[in-house]
Every structure is written in C-alpha cells, then in structure tokens.
Design a binder for this molecule. Structure first.
Ligand code: NI
Length: 217
C-alpha cells in the first residue's frame, strides 16, 4: 500500500470512529488539526507521513471520554496501523505522539519529544485557542454541565494532572488554567506566529465578557 492510500484509509477510519464524538473533539477538530499540521510542517524538517498519521489519530480515543484511560488511544491507533502493514518504527512513533500530545494541566514532564510531535502538538494547541478555541471550550463545559462563570470560584493554576482532569470549575476558569498559557508553549516558529492573533482574540473576548457580566456594556 502506498502512503497516500494509507492516509486515505486512516481518514475513513477516524471519521467512522468519531461519528458521535463531542462537538469539540469530532472529525472536524481532527480535520483542522490535520490541515494546521500540514501548514506548520512546511517550515519544519519532519517526516510528513508521521505528522499526518499523528494528526489524524491523536484524538482517536481521548482519555477524557474514556474514564481517564490514557492507554486506549495509542492501542486503537496501533491496531489500526498494524492492519495497514506499516513498519513498527513508524507505529511506535505515532503511539508516542498520541500519548504525549495533551496538556493535562501543563505540570508534568513530557517523556517523549520529536519534531513530528512538536508540529502536531502546535496544531492541536492552535485549535484550542482563538475563536474556535472559545467555541470548543464552552461546548465542552456544556457537555460537562459546568457553569459559564462564577466570580466566587477563582482559577487554579499549578493543578496536578488529577485535579485538572476532575475539575468542576466554571468554563471561564479554563481560559486561565490552560488556553491563555498555550501561546508561550508553542514549539515551532509558525505555531508561535499563528498563536499570537488567536491569543489576542481571546483576551478581547474576556474583556467583553466581563463588561457584559457587570452590565457595563
Ligand atoms: Ni485534539
């Protein structure tokens, strides 16, 4: 099988698997991350095949929708890639991308690094900020039945992975606990550049949000 055929099979597999996914983690999230990954990869010295497979499979079974099980995503990806007769080295690399891409509160040491992970991670982070990031954030909050905002519950920085995962805090807090921190965590030059405008947009959104909340506008 050639690489193009494998990518196309992967696309079909991911679309089918994520048919009923939450709106912020559905096929269209994957498509945006895939597109952004290709865009960022143009300026990086990476294996595009691995980048594309990593982007396509990175949320195939996100642990937050599987009782915190972080092994299930890489496992599903491995089984699928094996069925495509891909060599073991590539399969292992893609598994590493999937298990190391996520933020998890930002306070844990990422064990694996590679230029391909850097690209997919930046693409995924870009989709968590800006207008799309805001939309996804509130959709997930709704999915978890979280309040929009509660001035009496301050954001909690430096959460452990467990605290972060089990948080019942208002959605607005997530901006301070994650979204506004991502701009300075970008790995690539292109990622950093694209993050700037999206970051500004979130800051403007928050200003407007508080003004409306306080009846000032
Ligand atoms: Ni993602």
């Amino acid at each position: 099988m050639n690489k193009q055929q494998i990518i196309s099979n992967t696309e079909t597999f991911v679309k089918t698997t994520l048919k009923n996914a939450e709106g912020g983690h559905d096929w269209f999230h994957i498509l945006r991350v895939w597109n952004n990954s290709k865009l960022i990869a143009q300026h990086e010295n990476v294996d595009l095949f691995i980048v594309e497979l990593g982007a396509l499979l990175h949320d195939i079974a996100d642990s937050k929708f599987h009782n915190g099980d972080e092994t299930i995503g890489p496992k599903i990806a491995r089984n699928f890639l094996k069925s495509q007769q891909i060599n073991t080295e590539i399969i292992t690399h893609v598994e590493h991308i999937i298990s190391n891409i996520s933020f998890k509160g930002g306070n844990f040491e990422q064990k694996f690094t590679s230029p391909e992970l850097d690209v997919v991670q930046d693409a995924d982070r870009l989709d968590a900020i800006g207008a799309i990031g805001i939309a996804r954030c509130f959709n997930y909050g709704g999915y978890k039945n979280r309040p929009l905002y509660n001035p009496e519950i301050p954001p909690k920085l430096n959460q452990t992975k467990e605290e972060y995962k089990n948080s019942k805090a208002p959605t607005i807090n997530h901006f301070y606990e994650k979204l506004l921190l991502l701009k300075d965590k970008m790995n690539t030059k292109t990622g950093r550049r694209l993050a700037e405008e999206r970051h500004l947009y979130m800051e403007q959104f928050l200003t407007q949000f508080y003004n409306e909340w306080d009846g000032l506008k």
